[in-house]
Design a protein around this ligand. Sequence first.
Ligand code: GTP
Ligand code: MG
Length: 244
Amino acid sequence: MDRYLQEPQTMTKVLMLVEDEQFIEGLQEFRIMMQLYDAAIKKVRTKLEILDDEFQVKHAHNPIHHIESRLKSPPSIWEKLKRKGVPLSVSSIRTQLSDVAGIRVICNYLNDVFHLAAMLENQDDVRLLEKKDYIETPKLNGYRSLHLILQVPIFWASSTEYVTVEVQIRTIAMGFWASLEHHMRYKAPHSSSALLKERLNRNAMLLSVIDYDMQDILREISGLQDVQEPRQPIDNIRYSFNSK
Ligand code: GTP
Ligand code: MG
């Protein structure tokens, strides 16, 4: 060590080496973690596909229209950690973020959303950490969706890791609104006047009426016993989400 102190150039080289090694170790840890999240996405997607197939065989109806999934990008992970004011580390990512692995399930009918969520969260190896029902209680802007934060086990050669996945379940109508609203917010983040907000909110409400009515039409035409009544009679739908 003394020798290094006497030779500043060598000291700098050693420090750079240490930093490089730490950087490479950190990078490897990050890659392993992202591989875990990717495995968790595959696992939950497969569970959903199996449930959809089972429903088709037993009830001649597919609850799922389609599934989307994504791994959060490193820049988004970095931004979110900074926003939360937590250390930029693999351990922070695992403990502080619940949406690194994200799955969005677009269902055909309103009841499908709740059936699917119940079937998924009741599986033995699924841990339900959190449930946010923005259908029962929409966000003030009109956003509706059912959010589940789950953990599923990923079995590795010599260990088992429980990995967190965010699952957003919604109808086609809810997805239509959310994707256009997201697009508009991205296009014009500062131009949301009260009138525009009110119009977006009103459209969310109209789509919600359509969701309930389409469910009701399905119930009438199918006459199936296992298709339940809409969760809210159409007459009782709140006509403005801002009234809360
Ligand atoms: P973050 O928003 O991820 O920081 O977490 P949170 O704890 O606020 O969770 P929340 O359940 O409110 O939102 C999580 C995700 O749901 C978001 O990343 C969006 O994908 C979606 N989401 C929530 N609110 C809205 C909304 O108003 N419009 C749209 N288009 N999507 C939304
Ligand atoms: Mg949010």
